[in-house]
Design a protein around this ligand. Structure first.
Ligand SMILES: O=c1[nH]cnc2c1ncn2[C@@H]1O[C@H](COP(=O)(O)OP(=O)(O)O)[C@@H](O)[C@H]1O
Length: 292
């Protein structure tokens, strides 16, 4: 049986619902085995203003949901203060301070709703895919595995990229980039639930949306292996890497990693996410920055 369903909503709005109800399709009044032909609804002006980037961008960003629940819970004053201390340590570090302050000064954090008002800005989205890690090397524990990449330009960053005018939403654009760059299986696709925070670079007129997705360690290893077969592997993406979170004295481990060149504000995204999710405690992050 084929059911034709005309839904006045966009694709990414309805898919989570379909998935949620897939184990019990009868909630939709349907028999198991029913094929649903879904026709997404797009506002009329989407077609009229096909070449108008601004209106398309509005359409794209309207699909982002609100802040991830976990961030809301964890964004207590203490955590915000911790993050300010990290920013200050980055700026005033005697060796890397100049380089890091540039990334800090060029990018400021922006509320999602505010970002929607910046109609003529380009949008990009990147993903922090990670797992808790119970592995250890000698007596060193690494706590988490975080997926980053060595880019074609020698910078380190997260997988993701610019949202195209043809992408139906920011997450659709992000998932397209993740497919191209790391061959991400669709079962791990990013959803609005994974939204974390946004930053803006006013000089370059670009808004950077950031998403966080936690998987198990076994899943992460599978994702890393699949990345070798991606379209961009060996051209745009020179390799998938995990920041070594090890604290190795003297001055080895994560603080050596921090001396790399990071694209956009990816260094801030990395440290802020680790700080907010308590992947590394603040004292440890500060110690790493200090010993660079
Ligand atoms: O991991 C990241 N975090 C934050 N910004 C990034 C990251 N990677 C790239 N960018 C910035 O995002 C924009 C798009 O770059 P990217 O190379 O990812 O897009 P593309 O793959 O669509 O060409 C650039 O302004 C770049 O500086």
């Amino acid at each position: 049986m084929v059911l034709l369903k005309l839904v006045k909503s966009t694709f990414s709005d309805v898919i989570p619902d379909l998935i949620k109800h897939s184990s019990n399709v009868t909630q939709w009044g349907l028999q198991r085995g029913t094929t649903i032909l879904y026709i997404p609804y797009l506002p009329f002006n989407f077609f009229l203003e096909k070449n108008d980037l601004n209106s398309k961008q509005k359409n794209v960003i309207s699909n982002i949901s609100n802040l991830n629940k976990q961030t809301k819970m964890q964004a207590t004053t203490k955590i915000v203060d911790n993050w300010k201390k990290v920013l200050n340590a980055l700026k005033t570090n005697r060796n890397m301070g100049k380089l890091w302050s540039k990334a800090i000064e060029d990018h400021s954090e922006i509320d999602l709703e505010e970002s929607k008002k910046l109609n003529d800005y380009r949008l990009a989205a990147h993903a922090f895919i990670w797992s808790k890690n119970d592995q250890s090397l000698w007596e060193l524990s690494s706590k988490a595995s975080i997926m980053m990449q060595m880019r074609f330009d020698g910078f380190i960053g997260f997988p993701g990229g610019l949202i195209d005018s043809t992408d139906a939403s920011v997450v659709d654009g992000l998932n397209r980039e993740l497919r191209e760059e790391i061959n991400l299986n669709e079962k791990y696709y990013i959803t609005n639930e994974n939204y974390f925070f946004s930053s803006v670079n006013h000089q370059r007129k670009i808004i950077l949306h950031f998403y966080v997705k936690e998987v198990t360690q076994t899943e992460l290893i599978g994702i890393e292996k699949a990345a070798l077969d991606s379209h961009d592997y060996g051209t745009e993406v020179m390799g998938i890497i995990r920041p070594p979170l090890y604290d190795i004295k003297p001055g080895r481990g994560f603080n050596i990693f921090l001396q790399n060149q990071f694209v956009g504000n990816s260094l801030l995204q990395l440290l802020k996410t680790m700080s907010l999710l308590d992947i590394l405690d603040n004292q440890t992050i500060l110690k790493f920055i200090d010993s660079c």
